[in-house]
Design a protein around this ligand. Sequence first.
Ligand SMILES: *[C@@H]1O[C@H](CO)[C@@H](O)[C@H](O)[C@H]1NC(C)=O
Ligand SMILES: *[C@@H]1O[C@H](CO)[C@@H](O)[C@H](O)[C@H]1NC(C)=O
Length: 182
Amino acid sequence: MARGRKVGESKGKEKMHSFGYRANAAVTFSVTILALMCAIASLSDNLNSPSPSAHVQILNVNRFYKKSTGDDEVGITLNISADLRSLFTWNTKQVFVFLAAEYSTPKNHLNQVSLWDGIIPAKEDAQFSIKTKNKYRFIDQGSNLRGRDFNLTLHWHVMPKTGKMFADKLVLPGFRLPESYR
Ligand SMILES: *[C@@H]1O[C@H](CO)[C@@H](O)[C@H](O)[C@H]1NC(C)=O
Ligand SMILES: *[C@@H]1O[C@H](CO)[C@@H](O)[C@H](O)[C@H]1NC(C)=O
């Protein structure tokens, strides 16, 4: 009797071992599948070519002066409209956007000043139109802003749930600052 029970116990243990092994293999397999799915997802995400659109108006120049440091500063009111819905896929966590003024001066080929930014958490929020003053100060390192031609660029960083972040921008050319301070 005692012997028989021992044999039975060891059989039970063997079964448990083999069940544990199988469960382990199943987990490893599903993790592999998941990794593969993530790779395919981020690949298909990269292949999807989005077509965002944006329109920005300068509604008002609120102030334009030379600071005591000799640097020009301009304060503006913007109307920023954009449709960034095509940046959103099931794999998109959120999108960071910023609007920058880009211009060249005799000293620097490219000056970039960030004027506004925002985080778009969902596709439902990706089509918007906002009237806002520049959130960050528009200051030149010098006094180069009078009559200055500049572009506004809308940059976006798409943060995916899995895979690599990607960034791109839209250039809205053809802006010009007033000829004189006000
Ligand atoms: C802002 O721009 C949008 C799109 O061009 C336009 O429909 C809206 O009327 C503008 N808002 C203001 C306050 O100008
Ligand atoms: C502004 O945009 C135009 C047209 O895309 C481009 O040719 C020019 O180089 C841009 N200017 C700056 C300062 O980036």
